[in-house]
Design a protein around this ligand. Structure first.
Ligand SMILES: [Zn+2]
Length: 209
């Protein structure tokens, strides 16, 4: 059985997915990791995918699907958590038609209101030197603008500027809403409130599962 985990950028999806893997024995498949694995492994699929990525193009759906199938086969018999897929309605429908053992049993939407997401994302500051991340209100560095770990200056990733965050969220909602509707119609959709501490959200998530 597959559990699809969805959530906007900043909703805390990655953290929750990691906990499910650690504590519940899920195998996580994220399309981003899957792509990197195939490329690193020098597989045929990886080679084809990197040709698109080098040109700055999106990896076509059909190729992404082949990669996904290969990853799914590798974890046959396990509980699978799908992260970052399906991203649109076409992908959701394709996934549905794959095979009985890959049926989506639950589609969980980690829901955080967009005002909150904008605050979470736009407050992030990153250290270019060591990669540590801080937050202007939730996880302040000891000295304003300076990395606690290595003493380098902190910067805001261009992606995290308020305007760009808003655009990212709008794009995300537009493509995801039809996916959520699809899973609602299948009766497997569950909304989980993503506000609160990591552990609070995690226990809601467990209940939903
Ligand atoms: Zn640093």
């Amino acid at each position: 059985m597959i559990v699809v985990l969805t959530g906007a950028p900043g909703a805390g999806k990655g953290t929750q997915a990691d906990l499910l893997v650690e504590r519940q024995g899920y195998k996580k498949i994220s399309t981003g990791d899957a792509l990197r694995n195939q490329i690193k492994g020098g597989t045929e699929l990886g080679k084809t995918a990197s040709q698109f990525m080098e040109k700055g193009e999106l990896v076509p759906d059909a190729l992404l699907l082949d990669i996904l199938k290969s990853e799914l086969s590798a974890v046959a018999g396990h509980k699978v958590l799908l992260d970052g897929y399906p991203r649109n309605l076409d992908q959701a429908k394709t996934l549905e038609g794959l095979a009985a053992e890959w049926t989506v049993g639950k589609a969980i939407h980690l829901d955080v209101e967009s005002k909150q997401l904008v605050e979470r994302l736009s407050g992030r500051r990153t250290c270019l030197n060591c990669g540590a991340t801080f937050h202007m209100t939730m996880n302040r560095p000891e000295k304003e603008g300076i990395c606690d770990k290595c003493g380098s200056g902190l910067t805001q990733r261009p992606d995290d500027e308020v305007k760009k965050v808003q655009t990212r969220l709008t794009v995300y909602e537009k493509s995801t809403e039809p996916v959520l509707d699809f899973y609602r119609s299948k009766g497997v959709y569950v909304r989980v409130d993503g506000l609160g501490s990591t552990e609070d959200v995690y226990s809601r998530l467990l209940e939903a599962l």
